[in-house]
Each structure stands twice: as structure tokens, then as C-alpha cells.
Design a protein around this ligand. Structure first.
Ligand code: SF4
Length: 384
């Protein structure tokens, strides 16, 4: 199966039409319906619902409690490479981003050192990341990294270039649990404009990658749209359709959504459709009401104060103490390598805004009335 026919059945004008003629009465009805339709989601994301965010927050809070209890899981990103052959205009790792900072791929020994550092901080769940450079960072290197990470953590996920089903299966056979892959934007035209080089230019191959990961046995799937690239009211509708479609297609896997929002970009890229804090709150609340049983992840791209405010609105997993440069936890701490080019900073993908330590984030989660969870207890019930 492919999600492509669904995208073709829902071109932009049809999605825009979902937002037509919305009334305050419809917002009331959408707020308290048991199972919400796509039109309900559009109603909740519409400007008309803007005055009802508090009511939406109450409902979102209750739904999250019902489906996920009071827990928020913690995970750490571990960049194993910053080499990238793609040219995504918004990204610091892009082949032509203009950055002169050091590019590197961690050796197995360095990956082990990074894992040990994260384990010492208490993490039991790690997300391994690379750029889109299948020739420089081949699948077997990533598979080895998964194998190493599994020596340290019960839960290992990857956020890497799109693979075919056999590729995902290779990683699952080494103990991979989860795959994160953002479509960035579902709008084909915008996608082509901002992705100018490398294998990532293939929209169709990327669109169906997450389903292939599910087919291959990845037990956790995570999707998202890079907020800021396109009109969020349209992209989030497509994202929500993709989520519901994946829930049916990949019913063996748990699905989650991330909310990456463009904030710091390379000088050559101006964010075309900025998303405000209130927009982001409305997106999360609307999606929580539409997808009550889907996990929500929040990265350190957002500020501490804003992240703390978002916790009760439906967040189920957070990263903390993150570094977006390879070796950032132990090998090249603070971004400086003591090896081949002393003093040369190691390139990071983007600047993070929440620089608190894991302990400080744990304290913030507790202050919000939630229990931080370092371990994925679901695994205890997994027979695979
Ligand atoms: S977004 Fe990913 S694929 Fe694109 S340039 Fe950055 S690291 Fe490479």
C-alpha cells in the first residue's frame, strides 16, 4: 500500500475547503464529540477556534491522562554523523549550507563512548541520527551503531535517510525499536523547492518510508511536519490524515507525532510561513483531540518556559540535555575536537533552545505533576 493515492485524493483546494464556513457552534460540537472527523479537526485548527484554546486544553489534558496516564518518557538524540549529501535549504547540515565547521562520522568506539555518557546520565532510550548520506554513512555502519546502542539501552530508534523495507529489516534485526521520519512538508511543490539535492528530493520514496519501516517490524513510528515550511493549517491536516492512515496500515506499531518548528535556520533561508507559540499550541491541542491515542514528542528546539507550559497539553515524550552535533556528549564536548583539527568546531544541525540538564528537565516534569520515565515499560510486554 501507499499513502500517495490518499494525498492525490486530497489536493490543497479540497483541504482548504474543509476550513470554509466554520461557525462558533461548530467549534462547540467539535470540542465534545466522541470521535472527530477531518472537518472537526479543521474546525479546531481554524481561526474561529482561537478563542476556545482553554476549553481545548482541558479536553486534551483529560484525553492524554486517559490514554497515557501521568507519564512523560525521556529520550536523548545521538548524532552519529553530520555528513549530508542532501541540500535542504533550512538545515545546518545541508551540503551547501555554507558552513565551514567540521564534518565527522563517529567510529564504533566513539559511538560506544557517547552511549556510555548518556547511560551514565540515566537514559534508557536513545534516538540515533545521521544526515542523508547513504554512500558516506552506509546502512552497515548504522546497523553497527544500532547494535552498539542496544548494548546500553533497551530502546533504540533511528532518524536517518529513507530506506527500503529490506534496509529497515536489517536494522530491526539488530534490535532497532523505532523509526522517526518527518515528511517535512506534504506540499509537493514546496517540498521540491526546499529540497534541492540528494536522495531526499524523491518525495514519493520518502512519503512511504515510514510505512515500510512498520512493515519491516519497527514497533514505534514517529512522523511530523517541519512547521514553518508551508501553511500549517494545510500541512497539519495532511499530517493528521497520514497518522490515521498509518494507524490502520501499521496497527502493530505505536505511532507518535513530533512538532519540529523552524526557529534557527542558515542565513540563506528565511522561514516562509512562521508558526507562533499560539499556533503551535493550537496545533497540538487540535491533533490531541483528533488523535487521542497517539504519542506526542517534544524536542529541545523550544525554550524551557514554553516546553514546561506544553507538558500538560498532551506531551508524552521529551528529549533533554540534547546535543545536535556528533560526539556532543563525550567525544567532542562543547563542539571542539581534540583530534585532527584542534579547536575546529564540530558542525551542529540546529541550535537548541532548552539547554537544561536532564535533571533539571526531570524536575520540571515533576513540577507539572507528571512522572518522568526513563525506561519504556511496554517492552516488558513485547514478545518480539
Ligand atoms: S534535513 Fe536531513 S537530509 Fe536535509 S540537509 Fe539536514 S541532515 Fe541533510
Amino acid at each position: 500500500m501507499s499513502f500517495l493515492p490518499m494525498m492525490e485524493a486530497w489536493p490543497r483546494p479540497r483541504v482548504e475547503a474543509l476550513y470554509a464556513g466554520i461557525t462558533p457552534e461548530e467549534v462547540d460540537a467539535a470540542l465534545y464529540r466522541e470521535r472527530r472527523s477531518l472537518r472537526d479537526l479543521a474546525v479546531l485548527l481554524s481561526p474561529v477556534a482561537r478563542t476556545r484554546l482553554e476549553d481545548m486544553a482541558r479536553e486534551a489534558h483529560q484525553l492524554t491522562r486517559r490514554h497515557f496516564g501521568r507519564t512523560v518518557s525521556l529520550y536523548a538524540p545521538l548524532y552519529i554523523s553530520n555528513l549530508c549529501a542532501a541540500d535542504c535549504l533550512y538545515c545546518g547540515f545541508a551540503a551547501h549550507s555554507g558552513s565551514r565547521e567540521k564534518r565527522t562520522t563517529l567510529t564504533p568506539e566513539q559511538i560506544r563512548r557517547e552511549c556510555a555518557a548518556l547511560q551514565a546520565m540515566g537514559y534508557q532510550s536513545v534516538l540515533l541520527l545521521t544526515g542523508d548520506a547513504p554512500r558516506a554513512v552506509p546502512l552497515n555502519h548504522i546497523a553497527d551503531a544500532v547494535g552498539i546502542a542496544r548494548e546500553f539501552f533497551p530502546s533504540v530508534a533511528v532518524e536517518i535517510y529513507a530506506l527500503d523495507t529490506a534496509g529497515y529489516r536489517t536494522l530491526c534485526n539488530r534490535g532497532l525499536e523505532g523509526v522517526t521520519l518527518y515528511m517535512e512538508t506534504y506540499d509537493r511543490e514546496t517540498y521540491a523547492r526546499v529540497h534541492q539535492g540528494g536522495d531526499k528530493t524523491n518525495y514519493d520514496f520518502r512519503l512511504d518510508a515510514i510505512e515500510r519501516a512498520g512493515e519491516a517490524g519497527a514497533r514505534r513510528l514517529s512522523i511530523g511536519a517541519l512547521l514553518g515550511l508551508f501553511d500549517w493549517r494545510i500541512d497539519v491536516l495532511w499530517l493528521a490524515m497520514h497518522a490515521r492512515w498509518l494507524q490502520k496500515q501499521c496497527w502493530r506499531s505505536a505511532l507518535s507525532i513530533s512538532f519540529p518548528r523552524l526557529r534557527h535556520t542558515p542565513p540563506r533561508f528565511i522561514i516562509p510561513c512562521p508558526v507562533s507559540d499560539t499556533d503551535l499550541v493550537q496545533i497540538m491541542l487540535g491533533l490531541r483531540l483528533f488523535l487521542p491515542e497517539v504519542g506526542f514528542n517534544l524536542s529541545t528546539r523550544e525554550t524551557p518556559a514554553f516546553r514546561d507550559r506544553l507538558i500538560p497539553l498532551g506531551i508524552t515524550a521529551m528529549s533533554a540535555g540534547s546535543s545536535t552535533r556528533p560526539g556532543g556528549y563525550a567525544t567532542h564536548r562543547a563542539g571542539f575536537t581534540g583530534h585532527s583539527r584542534p579547536g575546529a568546531p564540530v558542525l551542529e544541525q540546529f541550535e537548541i533552545d532548552d539547554r537544561r540538564s536532564p535533571a533539571e528537565v526531570v524536575a520540571a516534569i515533576r513540577r507539572a505533576g507528571y512522572d518522568p520515565v526513563w525506561k519504556d515499560f511496554d517492552r516488558a510486554f513485547d514478545n518480539n
